[in-house]
Design a protein around this ligand. Structure first.
Ligand code: SF4
Length: 373
């Protein structure tokens, strides 16, 4: 499809112009003061790229320095326990990223002598590093001439090219990857690759916004087919829309007179995998059946205000039912009513003081609830 101004990216001239325009714009107007810029250390770049997935820069700015202070290099991260990593990640969400981050660090140390591989292809074989993240690390750190294609960049490029393919289809996504790679000149220098990659990210995060893109300020506006056709809002084309399912979770909150709370690890797979939470049940009845015979009163001592929490595919309503559990000194500080002691022995939960709980990897709504308690 041709642009109305007759100057689309189908022309070799336009293809050749895209890269230098974006590089010049990034150097003049793009972001330049972020703590993960101006380094070619793959560890730092990788960490920032993983943190930035589906997370605002403002949030990452809080977590990134803390994480680096505790884990200054891939070796210290690899040597940490999963709990330490999850605790520092707590609140950033999408916890599979933290687990993969840890696994990836261990793989870099065990299989690559503590050095990140220097090509996008090899980087993409590591846990949690997808094709676009691998390309970003390779471009920033090693100057490799590979294009990134994350969510924001898909929006920029589908508009630029008026790419009509439905990105719900793997074939169309592959076609867009090919187009993205065509925009990278074979003779691009390493510094230009870093500026270009950052430029794609910056353009997608600023002028080429999801709604009301600021095309008049855009450095590639003369090349942009969607803008020329007056329809940037129609891109990207993606038919499969996210559907969030509503679900209620019932949380068993047990508190000892000394303030200790009973927390249990989530299973290794699924929502909040590996994090510490109050035991979760699908219904009030299921919770009551599970605790029958524990000597708890049938009705909770406190029933707290439900909390809504949105996940990628779920809209959770969290219900908090609280019982106070008396201590049983004769059977030891940690063993309490019947069922609880067997859960303790099975590693399904343990008592924690508030500081101990807050030092663990906790899901964001659990942490917020504890902090306002
Ligand atoms: Fe996006 Fe507009 Fe620039 Fe096209 S001209 S890339 S739609 S901001």
């Amino acid at each position: 499809m041709r642009a109305r101004n007759g100057f689309g990216l189908s022309s070799p001239q336009a293809l050749a112009e895209f890269f230098p325009r974006l590089v010049a714009w990034q150097r003049a107007h793009g972001r330049s003061g972020l703590p993960w810029q101006h380094t070619q250390d793959p560890y730092r770049v990788w960490l920032s790229e993983i943190m930035l997935q589906q997370t605002q820069v403002a949030s990452v700015l809080q977590y990134y320095p803390r994480f680096l202070e505790r884990f200054p290099n891939v070796q210290t991260l690899a040597a940490a326990t999963p709990d330490e990593v999850l605790a520092l990640w707590s609140g950033l969400g999408y916890y599979s990223r933290a687990r993969n981050l840890h696994r990836c660090a261990q793989a870099v140390v065990a299989e690559h002598g503590g050095q990140f591989p220097a090509s996008a292809e090899a980087l993409a074989t590591l846990p949690g590093i997808g094709r676009s993240t691998a390309a970003a690390i390779a471009a920033f750190c090693f100057g490799e001439r590979v294009s990134i294609l994350d969510g924001n960049v898909k929006r920029v490029l589908t508009r630029l090219l008026a790419f009509e393919g439905d990105l719900a289809s793997a074939t169309q996504e592959k076609a867009l990857w090919q187009q993205a790679q065509r925009l990278v000149p074979a003779d691009a220098s390493a510094p230009d690759m870093a500026a270009y990659t950052q430029g794609l990210m910056d353009l997608g995060a600023s002028l080429c916004a999801r709604s009301q893109p600021q095309c008049l300020l855009c450095p590639v506006q003369p090349l942009c087919l969607a803008q020329a056709q007056g329809r940037p809002d129609e891109f990207p084309v993606k038919t499969r829309r996210l559907v969030r399912r509503a679900e209620s979770w019932w949380l068993l909150v047990l508190v000892r007179p000394d303030g200790r709370l009973w927390l249990a690890p989530r299973p290794e797979r699924g929502i909040w995998a590996g994090l510490q939470t109050f035991p979760v049940f699908a219904s009030r009845e299921e919770l009551q059946q599970h605790t029958a015979g524990w000597g708890l009163p049938p009705e909770p001592e406190r029933e707290h205000e439900p909390v809504r929490h949105a996940l990628t595919h779920r809209e959770l309503t969290l219900h908090w039912l609280e019982w106070c559990v008396p201590e049983a000194p004769a059977s030891g500080a940690d063993s309490l009513p019947a069922g609880l002691s067997s859960e303790l022995r099975a590693g399904k939960g343990r008592w924690m003081t508030m500081p101990e709980a807050l030092a663990c990897g906790l899901p964001a709504p659990i942490r917020a609830w504890l902090l306002q308690r």
